[in-house]
Design a protein around this ligand. Structure first.
Ligand code: FE2
Length: 274
């Protein structure tokens, strides 16, 4: 363990959390593995340690990576991938903003290869989007993606907070031989992965470019929907609803409550032109 001191930004640093966890007799949390992950409490018989999540010592944002050739818009709204066989895998974590506060309502759109290393380019197997909860958490239930030529094992994801830019990146698995030869691989995007009951359990926390200090997290502005079906923040839409935005017609793909920043052109997972 190094001797780096706490930051002076007013919050408990990741290393301070680590120290507290170690002092409390807990197993070494994820941060020891050098990933940008929350020093989380561990299960397996340990009593929960009630710590405020802290995302990082400073302002390190999660690294972007190339989208690759296999992204498709309009993925299903789901946090569990029901298709195919393979080693079961859960990926859980939090999305934080610049001030290390969790961000709710963040869209995470995952896509990955199946057990054989193939992407479903005609349907939506192993594709799905979800939103972070009020505590900024997410959980994906899937399988360990297979390998395909030229790449190490990885999961693709797009992360977007309301009204903020899209972060496109990839998540990696530790102890993969191909991590040493894949030129796209970056150890800063390693998940922590361990064996769990019935499969593998991975964790990763995102830090995205959402200003939180002094300004608040972008929130929805509720207004009264004008006549004529114009898209309106604060209004609940059902699949199939039609609206206009900027003079263009859109069809709702997934039931949701509209928020500022989620205008139809910005969210292909929720709206298509039609
Ligand atoms: Fe890929």
């Amino acid at each position: 363990m190094d001797s780096e001191s706490n930051t002076s930004t007013g919050h408990v640093s990741r290393k301070a959390v680590l120290r507290a966890a170690l002092a409390a007799g807990m197993a070494a949390p994820a941060v020891l593995m050098g990933v940008p992950a929350l020093a989380r409490t561990l299960s397996g018989g340990e009593a929960p340690l009630d710590l405020t999540p802290e995302c990082d010592d400073g302002d390190d944002l999660t690294l972007p990576q190339m989208e690759g050739p296999y992204f498709k818009p309009n993925s299903p709204l789901r946090s569990s991938m029901p298709d195919g066989t393979g080693t079961r895998l859960t990926v859980g974590g939090y999305v934080f903003g610049r001030a290390c506060r969790p961000v709710s309502g963040v869209l995470l759109d995952f896509w990955q290869a199946d057990n054989n290393g193939a992407y479903d380019n005609t349907g939506f197997k192993f594709r799905g989007h979800q939103f972070t909860g009020a505590d900024g958490s997410f959980k994906l239930t899937t399988i360990v993606p297979g390998l395909y030529p030229g790449r190490t094992r990885h999961i693709h994801v797009k992360v977007q907070a309301p009204g903020r830019p899209i972060l496109t990146t990839q998540l990696y698995f530790p102890n993969e031989p191909r991590n040493n030869t894949d030129t796209i691989f970056d150890p800063r995007l390693l998940m922590t992965v361990r064996d769990g009951s019935g499969g593998r359990e991975a964790a990763f926390d995102f830090v995205i470019d959402v200003p939180q200090n002094p300004g608040p997290t972008p929130t929805a502005t509720t207004t009264t929907a004008p006549p004529g079906g114009t898209w309106t923040a604060g209004r609940a839409y059902a699949a199939g609803d039609r609206v206009t935005y900027g003079g263009v017609g859109y069809v709702c793909l997934q039931a949701h409550t509209a928020m500022g920043g989620w205008e139809p052109p910005n969210v292909p997972a929720l709206w298509r032109v039609g």
